[in-house]
Design a protein around this ligand. Structure first.
Ligand SMILES: Nc1ncnc2c1ncn2[C@@H]1O[C@H](COP(=O)(O)OP(=O)(O)O)[C@@H](O)[C@H]1O
Ligand SMILES: O=P(O)(O)OC[C@H](O)CO
Length: 492
């Protein structure tokens, strides 16, 4: 049996999944790696740990599938995006990876935004934020002793995690259009690194990877004892859009993981929205497809916080039964702005808030408020999208879509159908499709679209009056969370 191997390197774990031609999962390996929080608001990973977790995951996936390396026709990569690594010629990182969630460069961005905010938006499609790679690279060059000199001599390489993994696998220094579009250094109209932005962020061009299509052979790896082509690469959210077979303009997907990321395919059109990101979905055969994206930083991570932070649950899935114990949220709202708020608020200084607590408030209220928040945040983004495109239904994927309460509440609060597919590992599947297309394992997008199957549809049931009342309450709660870190700075 022949298969494609997808490497899905996420924020909390590295996964490896083997898919056959019918997109069945033949084997899966997954290992978590450590999260480092050296200061409040800072988040780092150790790239060596990521690599080790990834290699172990590959071995487990192959064992579980009972396949041999001979059966693997191609490898596709998909990754947590924006996370920034700089390494030397031996593949040794010069510092930890600075993770997309890290806020250490928030002040730097505030300053740059004042002068260059509009220029950045116009060239990159992004809302200037510490989220993207540019300010993280600048921070490394300014803070790791001797690094700037090495960068100027062309002795080190920058990459997002896809680029680091491809370098480790093949020795090539490349990325794809979708990942490049998240650095805040890539001109999404001209499809090239932008010299003016490189100047603003003081980044030497030599450290940047070559930008390629999302589906082509980048190089070959001997990791498994024979040469296998590495032939697919896309940021995880774009890969999920591809794995959902959202190939037509107007198709929307939402991925429910650590954060929620909602993307609508806008085809060849570059649509701009003040509070959403214009981004590249993928490059295929020399042509790019664009998307509009709403990035929500913390959703499933808030469920993790209930589990690991305040320890009121043991498993994420318990939130479903707890939430169902109540008929309503009883006025309790939770705004999980742990690292500020992304789309559509873009407030780097917002912080988390739980409001409406009374003597009767218990675990079930907190569980319900957390799940409801995920749905409200998603509606915030869809409302913004609907100013530009019509959203008829939402294709969903990611870990938290297993929660039926959440899916039903999502349909209710949107007043739209929520559609869950059979294969929930949509991100990895997208990477597998991209890799497989490059080596003719799959022929074309039509063949892939036919493989997509619905598992369950959630129809909206809530009356409009209740829906709008609940949502108004949410908006009031959000107002109270905005700018909180600045207020704390002033008073403490
Ligand atoms: N049944 C559930 N209900 C609510 N949240 C869940 C459930 N199962 C998983 N999650 C949340 O989903 C996230 C895991 O999803 P996953 O797609 O693996 O995320 P990522 O790729 O970002 O690491 C975790 O943050 C977890 O808290
Ligand atoms: O690791 P995930 O799946 O939560 O995805 C993270 C995003 O790519 C960040 O932009």
């Amino acid at each position: 049996m022949k298969a494609v191997l997808a490497l899905d390197e996420g924020t909390t774990s590295a996964r490896a999944i083997l898919f056959d031609r019918e997109s069945n999962i033949l084997g899966l390996g997954q290992f978590e790696f450590s999260q480092y929080y050296p200061k409040p608001g800072w988040v780092e990973h150790n790239p060596e740990e990521i690599w080790e977790a990834q290699v172990r995951a590959i071995k487990v996936a192959i064992e579980k599938a009972k396949l041999s390396p001979q059966d693997i026709v191609a490898i596709g990569i998909t990754n947590q995006r924006e996370t920034t690594i700089i390494w030397d010629k031996n593949g040794k990182p010069v510092y930890n990876a600075i993770v997309w969630q890290c806020r250490r460069t928030a002040e730097m961005i505030e300053e740059i935004k004042r002068e260059y905010g509009d220029l950045i938006k116009e060239k990159t499609g992004l809302v200037p934020d510490a989220y993207f790679s540019a300010s993280k690279i600048r921070w490394l060059l300014d803070n790791v002793p001797g690094l700037r000199e090495k960068a100027e001599r062309g002795e080190v390489y920058f990459g997002t995690v896809d680029t680091f993994l491809i370098y480790k696998l093949t020795g090539e220094h490349v990325t794809d259009y979708s990942n490049a579009s998240r650095t805040m250094l890539f001109n999404i109209k001209k499809l090239e690194w932008d010299e003016e932005l490189l100047e603003i962020f003081k980044i030497p061009q030599d450290i940047l990877p070559k930008v390629k299509d999302s589906s082509e052979v980048y190089g070959y790896t001997k990791l498994l004892g024979r040469e296998i082509p590495v032939s697919g690469d896309a940021g995880d959210q774009q890969a999920a859009l591809f794995g959902q077979a959202a190939f037509e303009e107007g198709m929307v997907k939402a991925t429910y993981g650590t954060g929620n990321f909602i993307l609508v395919n806008t085809g060849k059109k570059l649509l701009y929205s003040k509070n959403l990101l214009t981004t590249i979905a993928w490059g295929l055969k020399g042509e790019v497809t664009y998307a509009l994206e709403g990035s929500i930083f913390i959703t499933g991570a808030a469920v993790q916080w209930l589990r690991d932070g305040i320890k009121i649950i043991e498993h994420a899935s318990e939130t479903e039964e707890l939430a169902k114990k109540l008929d309503s949220n009883e006025g309790v709202y939770f705004v999980p702005a742990f690292v500020g708020l992304g789309a559509p608020y873009w407030d780097q200084f917002a912080r988390g808030l739980i409001i409406g607590i009374t003597r009767g408030t218990g675990r079930e209220h907190l569980a319900r408020a957390t799940l409801e928040a995920i749905a409200y945040l998603t509606r915030d983004v869809i409302e913004e999208m609907e100013k530009l495109v019509e959203v008829r239904e939402l294709r969903v994927d990611g870990g938290a879509t297993a929660n039926n309460f959440l899916m039903q509440f999502q349909a209710d609060i949107l007043g739209r159908r929520v559609v869950r597919p059979v294969v929930k590992e949509t991100t990895a599947l997208g990477a597998a499709y991209l890799a497989g297309l490059a080596v003719d394992f799959w022929n074309d997008l039509k063949e892939i679209a036919e493989l997509w199957k619905v598992e369950r549809v959630f129809e909206p049931k809530l009356d409009e009056k209740t829906r709008e009342k609940l949502y108004r309450g949410w908006k009031e709660a959000v107002k109270r969370a905005l700018g909180w870190a600045k207020i704390v700075d002033e008073v403490l």
